[in-house]
Each structure stands twice: as structure tokens, then as C-alpha cells.
Design a protein around this ligand. Structure first.
Ligand code: SF4
Length: 331
């Protein structure tokens, strides 16, 4: 494993000062379930300085504020989210998605922030190949075995899929995040946080957080009246695996009519893929058993599968049909 030095700051400001001092040589260390694997694999982008934020007290909580928003500290463990009565009552779809991440052991260590910002799990990157993400000039995923963890919706430089489930499940609730930066706190939507592969501080990453910024909080507004939501995930193994395809869907329904919709696919693109064409199609329609037959053909028209992963699109369309059926039955 690559040798590292560890800092243990007690405040977010102190952590940001240390991160700023070391540039891209330093990284935030919370649960470690992604970071320590990157160090073990000696990836070129693995840091030399870890800034352990576990001693910062105000990053681990689940609470409801006076306005009805639910706030989750970024260092909150996935297991704590999965066990939260408040979240189960308010956002059962999110809790279901969290329970489908990895394994119970890893959920006890992993944090919400870590799941949102984790590195892609492309086997070429994790195997130390010199690809675009690892300082090289080639994408092996685009030309090699791309059956599991590569985009079926096109790509720019990197074709790895965004691996997290929490972001996919948070977007239907219009969740937002807070970042602590050297110039103060900034807020953005979860969609804006993980826009897919892009250059940040000279490196390819799936999120917009810079080397000296820290994700501190996720804020989820109260669900609107009549909201029904569902999450489902298809994966090669029943536990401890990433999505081949997943779907988080929410519909705001009044008198059987869909007033608003959020449709977000995971596991098929470099970001949680919000399918706005389907959302627009659903608005104003009656939620009936027949609706899936009309909407599935219009979904994912921009699909661009690689040689071995066209089945991801069929899986995603199947999830859309079953998700709509589940929400219809929930009425
Ligand atoms: S998909 Fe991304 S991580 Fe995988 S080989 Fe290509 S550039 Fe590297």
C-alpha cells in the first residue's frame, strides 16, 4: 500500500486549510472503503496526505429542521441512514436504496459523502492500467470488456458508469448538498454535484468537488403531497455489487393524475441519468397499468451502448415498467 501521512483536524476550517496546503496530493478520509482501496492499488491519483474528518463532530447527524427539511451530515454512516426511523417515515425509497448498497459490513464503515463522491469502479482503473483517469491517454473500458461497469449512454474521455446509489435515490426528492470551501459555504443540487466525467484540478472525476472543498451536508426537502417513490437495482450478485442498472422514480399523483415526475437511472451512464423526456411524457397522464406500454418506447432514445453492454438499456427499460407498476399499485 502507498505510504501516507494522516492529519486529524477537529474543525472543517482546519481541514480546508490542510487540504489547501497540499493541493491534489491530499484527500479527505472518512469511511475509507473507497480511498483505502485506491491507496492499496497504488493508483496514480491516490493521495499522499489523508485528512481524517472523523474527529469533526458536526458532520455526523440526521435531523429535521424547523422548516421541515431533513439534514444529514456527510460523515453519517450508511448503516445509520438505513436504521433511521425519521428517514424511513419520510423517504422510505431512499432507505431502501441505502440498504442495497454493498454489504452490511461496508455500510457500517461507509459514509453518505463517500458514497456520493466515490471513484468509479472500472476494472481497468482499479487494476492500475494507465488509462485517462489514471494519468494515461486511452480508455480501455471503451474498447475492452465493458459488460458491467461502463456507460451504455456514450461518454467523453472516460466511459465508466457513476457507481453510487445514494445520488440516484436523492435526486427524485430534489435534494441539495452543501460544500465547505476556502471562501465559505456553497450549495448545489445533487444533480449539479455529480455531472459525470469532467476535469477538476487537472484530474478526471465524476463530481465537481475541488481538492480543498469538503462535502458537509445533504438537505432533503419535505416530500410534496401525493408523492409516491420507488427504487430498484439490478446487480450481478445479490449483495456487495454495483448496479448493472437501477431506477429511482418519484411521481406526484392527485386523483390518479401525475402532476410531476422524476425519473433517474443509475448504472448505465457516467452520472445518475435524469430522463427528462420520460418525465415530461408522464406529466398530466393518468397512472394506470397501461401507462408503461406507452412510456417505455420513448425512454433512453439516446442510448449508445458499447460492444458488450446493450443489455443495460433493456434492463433499465424493464425497471421503468416495473417501477410504474409498483407506484400504480401503491395508490
Ligand atoms: S472507463 Fe474510465 S476508468 Fe475505465 S479505462 Fe476508461 S478512462 Fe479508465
Amino acid at each position: 500500500m502507498k505510504k501516507v501521512s494522516i492529519y486529524r483536524p477537529s474543525t472543517t476550517d482546519e481541514a480546508i486549510r490542510i487540504l489547501s496546503q497540499h493541493g491534489t496530493e491530499a484527500a479527505v478520509y472518512a469511511g475509507g472503503t473507497d480511498l483505502l482501496v485506491r491507496l492499496k492499488n497504488r493508483l496514480k491519483q491516490a493521495p499522499s496526505y489523508l485528512v481524517d474528518i472523523k474527529k469533526i463532530n458536526d458532520l455526523r447527524y440526521i435531523k429535521e429542521d424547523a422548516g421541515g427539511d431533513v439534514r444529514i451530515g456527510a460523515a453519517t454512516k450508511l448503516a445509520e441512514i438505513g436504521d433511521s426511523d425519521l428517514l424511513q417515515k419520510r423517504y422510505p425509497m431512499l432507505v431502501k436504496a441505502i440498504h442495497m448498497i454493498s454489504s452490511p459490513e461496508l455500510r457500517n464503515a461507509s459514509t453518505l459523502g463517500g458514497d456520493l463522491l466515490q471513484e468509479v469502479w472500472c476494472q481497468y482503473l482499479r487494476g492500475g492500467y494507465s488509462c485517462w483517469r489514471n494519468g494515461g491517454h486511452l480508455c480501455y473500458g471503451a474498447i475492452g470488456d465493458n459488460s458491467y461497469y461502463h456507460s451504455a449512454m456514450g461518454g467523453r474521455l472516460c466511459y465508466a458508469v457513476y457507481p453510487g446509489d445514494a445520488a440516484t435515490a436523492l435526486i427524485p426528492f430534489d435534494a441539495r448538498v452543501k460544500l465547505a470551501t476556502p471562501t465559505g459555504v456553497t450549495e448545489l443540487s445533487v444533480e449539479q454535484l455529480v455531472p459525470g466525467d469532467m476535469m477538476v484540478d487537472g484530474r478526471i472525476q465524476s463530481h465537481v468537488v475541488r481538492h480543498n472543498e469538503i462535502l458537509t451536508e445533504v438537505v432533503i426537502p419535505p416530500p410534496p403531497p401525493g408523492l409516491r417513490a420507488s427504487f430498484e437495482k439490478l446487480r450481478p450478485r445479490g449483495v456487495w455489487d454495483f448496479a448493472m442498472a437501477s431506477l429511482a422514480i418519484s411521481l406526484q399523483v392527485r386523483n390518479h393524475t401525475i402532476e410531476d415526475a422524476r425519473v433517474v437511472f443509475g448504472g448505465i451512464a457516467g452520472r445518475p441519468l435524469r430522463e427528462r423526456v420520460v418525465e415530461d411524457f408522464l406529466k398530466g397522464k393518468s397512472l394506470t397499468a397501461e401507462l408503461a406500454k406507452q412510456v417505455v418506447p420513448v425512454a433512453l432514445a439516446n442510448a449508445a451502448p458499447l460492444k458488450y453492454n446493450a443489455m443495460k438499456i433493456e434492463m433499465a427499460k424493464g425497471l421503468l415498467a416495473s417501477g410504474l407498476a409498483e407506484l400504480d399499485a401503491a395508490g
